[in-house]
Design a protein around this ligand. Structure first.
Ligand SMILES: Cc1cc2nc3c(=O)[nH]c(=O)nc-3n(C[C@H](O)[C@H](O)[C@H](O)COP(=O)(O)OP(=O)(O)OC[C@H]3O[C@@H](n4cnc5c(N)ncnc54)[C@H](O)[C@@H]3O)c2cc1C
Length: 290
């Protein structure tokens, strides 16, 4: 199918893009990698009257990593972020998660920020942002930029805090505290499909290798990524002797998936427990070997 007709804009600067978006209001949509928007338009599930293509705005094609974390500009492709050694050093969870996002051809074109704004409850990157407590920076014509924390950004399935007229210019993924390890585990029917369930895990150890923080962000089990803090269940035990099955059971008991055509709620809950144990074990192992 072909999309309904639309006006096409291809601004070359952020200022120009913001002017067009302000003028378009609710009729405007940003086109980034197009890997989600174009299929939706072709299926006529989205019909923006004005499309603002940001692919010519070189200033948005940035990835910056330093001791504070990783800032990803709106045009940075999944593949660029996945392959960056500097990103992997400062925030390894990004690479761990990006390997599960679709297929390489889609990662060559799709953007990290586009994936966040799209806010698919089965997508990996919203869970990464939520687990790390990252932010999305939004810009609007004639107004100061605003940084929206992950727990206020994801509002529901395919619904984010981005308002008509706004452009997401970047996202920030904070660096890990010392003594931390991360992992991302998921299960999909076929490689590259959206996950039936997935878990991002973060474990932080003190100098005696005792667990100070353990938390996960689960995908596919709610309208937005579900963050579960299981630090209390770990009871400051040494990572090597933690009761991971009991900790994972606590995660499983705190998610409330629903039945859909792909899986029953009970099956998703079961998968989440299995994946939580797997991801927490790997994260703790990585934290131990620093
Ligand atoms: C076959 C297939 C499999 C896939 N599998 C997965 C998967 O397993 N996991 C996964 O996470 N994703 C998957 N995707 C989606 C893919 O990762 C997309 O790239 C991503 O979701 C959106 O990024 P994009 O740059 O292509 O955004 P676009 O498609 O261009 O835009 C998506 C939405 O975000 C808005 N938007 C984008 N950028 C901005 C911005 N800077 N400011 C304001 N609004 C913006 C658009 O207006 C649109 O509403 C899959 C896609 C396909 C086609």
């Amino acid at each position: 199918m072909k999309p309904p007709p639309f006006d096409y804009h291809a601004p070359r600067t952020v200022g120009e893009a913001l002017e067009v978006l302000a003028d378009a209001g609710p009729e405007g949509k940003v086109l980034a990698g197009g890997q989600s928007l174009i299929p939706l338009m072709n299926m006529r599930l989205a019909a923006p009257a004005r499309l603002v293509d940001i692919n010519r705005i070189g200033a948005l094609d940035t990835v910056a990593a330093d001791a504070r974390g990783v800032r990803v500009g709106a045009l940075a492709r999944h593949a660029t972020v996945e392959r960056s050694a500097a990103v992997a050093e400062r925030q390894p969870l990004l690479r761990q998660a990006l390997r599960h996002v679709a297929h390489p051809v889609i990662r060559n074109r799709g953007t990290v920020v586009g994936s966040l704004v799209h806010a698919d409850p089965a997508a990996e990157l919203p869970a990464v942002l939520a687990l790390l407590g990252g932010t999305v920076r939004l810009a609007r014509h004639g107004a100061p930029e605003r940084d929206v924390p992950a727990d206020e950004f994801f509002l529901g399935p395919l619904e984010s805090a981005l308002q008509p007229g706004e452009l997401a210019v970047s996202a920030f993924f904070p660096a890990l505290p010392p003594g931390s390890g991360t992992a991302f585990c998921e299960i999909a029917r076929r490689h590259g499909d959206f996950a039936l369930a997935g878990v991002a895990a973060l474990v932080t150890l003190d100098d005696d290798l005792r667990i100070t923080t353990a938390k996960v962000a689960c995908i596919g089990v709610g309208p937005v990524p579900v963050v579960v803090d299981v630090s209390a269940e770990c009871a400051r035990r040494p990572a090597a002797s933690a009761d991971w099955p009991a900790v994972a059971a606590a995660v499983r008991d705190r998610v409330e998936p629903e039945d859909d055509i792909h899986a029953t709620a009970e099956y998703r809950r079961h998968l989440t427990g299995v994946l939580a144990e797997r991801a927490l074990r790997i994260a703790a192992e990585r934290a131990s070997h620093g």
